[in-house]
Design a protein around this ligand. Structure first.
Ligand code: ADP
Ligand code: ZN
Length: 511
């Protein structure tokens, strides 16, 4: 080692101190020990290999999945005076880069993973002095992760052929299971895992079942101040919501891939400059935008995964001031997600299913949301945070197994082909032409639900869909999922979380 890491931190990067786990990660790397650093976006992952690349003799090879990303990082590295280059198919100065690399004139060399299997590239590595392998976006190596890239599997043989060169894997999005998989795949010992810094204490998390999405979003926004992002799931959803929110007295603009690029750029720029705008967008919006004062992020439907939820809500409150993340979800979100999972290749299904189950647990919990989020990323968290909906007004949980059994038997007795609304009508004893013609009014379940229990029917249906006790077929009809029979037989219970507000409304109606 030629220079003191703290001197490099001050002199080259101009930072007064390490942030979070950076010193821990850098320390391990300088000791030559293999490491996996799991740090959220913005925590300063690049410094963890950039600094060692200056402190150590030789070049740090950085594996990165996207060429655009590499060029951004190259510019950032060069800006602080690091000798860096990219070696990709689009670079025209490849020969010059190779010569610099051979001559030991590079601190950092960025490459794409597919280069790893290339024999001539390996030979090149053998002719040069390597200080470190940095594997960025390391979750791509795991089939369990949300962005598996087969090329990442080519890295292990390459790493193993340079056993004396330490490895540093980095990612912002890996749940505990994916973390373990990355360690295995890249040959990093368990004690090489460093996870930290996921908590965003100024963000208040709130999650609410959906009744009328557009009205709920409008009501939520009316109570907020400052600029905010509303995520809708589809382009059509974006358009509809933007139109609905437009009349609310503050500027509202849409953003999705179907818009003309010039319009998109204009809307984004207007949002970044605004102090009270609401931008309604698909999840593509927000990546790489620099707006620290976003005061709220609303999800008008279920995000893809907890990782996605964390990343999207993380766009709120980067300035550290209070911000709110509000999610509205419906049972149909889960039904649709399950359908999609059925369509992906078999090998990826277990991972996708686990991701959905984790989301279900976050949405359904009566406990602290933050705790579930942090533990998902392998970080420890106290029992309560004091800044999520459930901690602020603890919901009551009730055992709704009996209502669930009634619902399931109504689905069963009517032949597993009707939708939620019809089943509800049967349970409440609402006579209709359809139920008369079907002869369903003589079933024992007809009108079996009354009084206080009526209010439980919709939440029970939602919970049954979420648990995979019910599934929807292509025509919207309900049928049994694998979890139906255990509940019907009383082997499993179904408890319902009732938000305090809903409970109050129910009481005042009943009284
Ligand atoms: P990540 O890759 O984890 O998303 P970056 O490496 O892009 O994060 O760093 C995010 C920002 O934090 C950058 O602007 C970087 O300059 C800054 N940063 C990194 N380390 C420190 C530090 N120790 N002190 C202050 N700022 C830092
Ligand atoms: Zn909490």
């Amino acid at each position: 080692m030629t220079r003191d890491p703290l001197d490099i931190l001050h002199e080259t990067f101009g930072f007064r101190s390490f942030r979070g786990v950076q010193d821990q990660v850098v320390g391990r790397v300088l000791d030559g020990r293999n490491t996996l650093a799991v740090m959220p976006t913005g925590a300063g992952k690049s410094l963890c290999y950039q600094l060692p690349s200056l402190a150590l003799d030789g070049t740090c090879l950085v594996v990165s999945p996207l060429i655009a990303l590499m060029h951004d990082q190259l510019r950032a590295a060069e800006a602080v005076g690091i000798r860096a280059a990219t070696l990709t198919s689009v670079d025209e100065n490849r020969e010059e880069t190779i010569a610099r690399f051979r001559a030991g004139e590079l601190d950092l060399l960025y490459v794409a993973p597919e280069r790893a299997s290339n024999e001539s590239f390996r030979n090149l590595l053998r002719q040069s002095k390597l200080a470190l392998f940095a594997i960025d976006e390391a979750h791509c190596v795991s089939e369990w992760g949300h962005d598996f890239r087969p090329d990442y599997r080519l890295l292990r043989p390459l790493l193993d052929s340079f056993p004396e060169v330490p490895r540093l894997a980095l990612t912002a999005t890996a749940d505990a299971h994916t973390q373990a998989d990355i360690l295995d795949q890249l040959g990093i010992p368990r004690d090489g895992l460093i996870v930290a810094g996921f908590d965003r204490p100024n963000i208040r998390y709130a999650i609410t079942p959906r009744e009328n999405t557009n009205a709920q979003v409008a009501e939520f926004i009316a109570a907020q101040q400052g600029p905010g992002i509303v995520y809708a799931q589809t382009r059509a959803g974006v358009e509809k919501l933007a139109e609905r929110l437009g009349g609310a007295g503050r500027p509202v603009l849409p953003y999705h891939a179907g818009l003309d690029p010039a319009v998109r750029r204009r809307n984004q720029a207007a949002f970044v400059a605004s102090e009270d705008m609401v931008i309604v967008a698909t999840v593509a919006f927000g990546m790489g935008i620099d707006k620290p004062d976003v005061r709220f992020v609303v999800h008008a439907g279920l995000p893809k995964s907890i990782e996605g939820y964390y990343q999207e809500t993380g766009r709120a409150g980067r300035d550290g001031d209070p911000a709110v993340a509000q999610l509205f979800w419906g049972a149909d979100d889960f039904a649709r997600a399950r359908q999609r999972i059925g369509e992906v290749e078999a090998a990826r299904q277990p991972g996708e299913r686990a991701r959905l189950t984790a989301l279900g647990a976050l949405v359904e919990t009566a406990g602290c949301r933050r705790r579930i989020l942090l533990r998902h990323f392998g970080e420890d968290a106290p029992e309560t945070c004091g800044n999520c909906d459930n901690c602020l007004s603890p919901p009551s949980a009730i055992d709704a197994s009996v209502t669930a059994q009634k619902f399931l038997s109504a689905v069963f007795r009517t032949g597993m082909m009707y939708g939620t609304g019809y089943i509800e009508g049967i349970l409440l004893g609402q006579s209709s032409e359809r139920s008369l013609m079907n002869g369903h009014e003589s079933l024992s379940v007809f009108g079996i639900v009354e009084g206080d229990e009526v209010a439980l029917v919709k939440p029970v249906a939602r919970a049954l869909l979420l648990r995979d006790a019910l599934r929807t077929n292509a025509h919207g009809g309900l049928e049994f999922g694998p979890e139906a029979r255990p509940i019907l037989k009383g082997e499993k219970t179904l408890s319902l979380v009732l938000p305090p507000k809903r409970e109050r409304r129910r009481r005042s109606k009943a009284g």
